[in-house]
Design a protein around this ligand. Structure first.
Ligand code: 5GP
Ligand code: ZN
Length: 113
């Protein structure tokens, strides 16, 4: 399996892990766009939001519970943050394994496009 986020989740390649459970891993983005820029990924391979269904959607709730905890751990819970999941070509998704960007630690751009 050549998926880079599967390899990170399986500890086959190193990453800076900040939070982990049996079903998800959170690690610092290699090319941070904000003082806090963490990626949260399911340990099982899901390609994108397009592949979330009634069989696997519980991981999304788990990821948002984790985001809440990580925001507190990173000291950005009160100052605020942004969560983004890019999907497909127009969404500029470059890694084809579902992931959520958690960004904060500064005032982010007001525009999302
Ligand atoms: P996307 O553009 O798919 O929404 O986001 C992919 C993110 O993964 C980018 O922000 C990129 O910097 C990050 N990334 C890509 N490869 C690696 C890697 O090997 N390790 C880490 N920590 N981040 C990566
Ligand atoms: Zn994968």
């Amino acid at each position: 399996m050549s998926c880079i986020f599967c390899q990170i989740a399986n500890k086959e390649i190193p990453s800076n892990v900040v939070y982990e459970t049996d079903s998800l891993t959170a690690f610092r983005d290699l090319n941070p766009q904000a003082p806090v820029h963490i990626l949260i990924v399911p340990k099982t391979h899901i390609t994108s939001i397009n592949d979330i269904n009634s069989d696997n959607s519980s991981i999304v709730a788990e990821i948002f519970e984790a985001i809440n905890k990580i925001a507190e751990q990173e000291g950005i819970k009160e100052t605020g943050y942004r969560v983004i999941s890019n999907c497909g070509e127009d969404g500029c998704q470059s890694v084809k394994h579902l992931h959520f960007h958690l960004m904060g630690g500064k005032k982010l751009s007001e525009t999302l496009s």
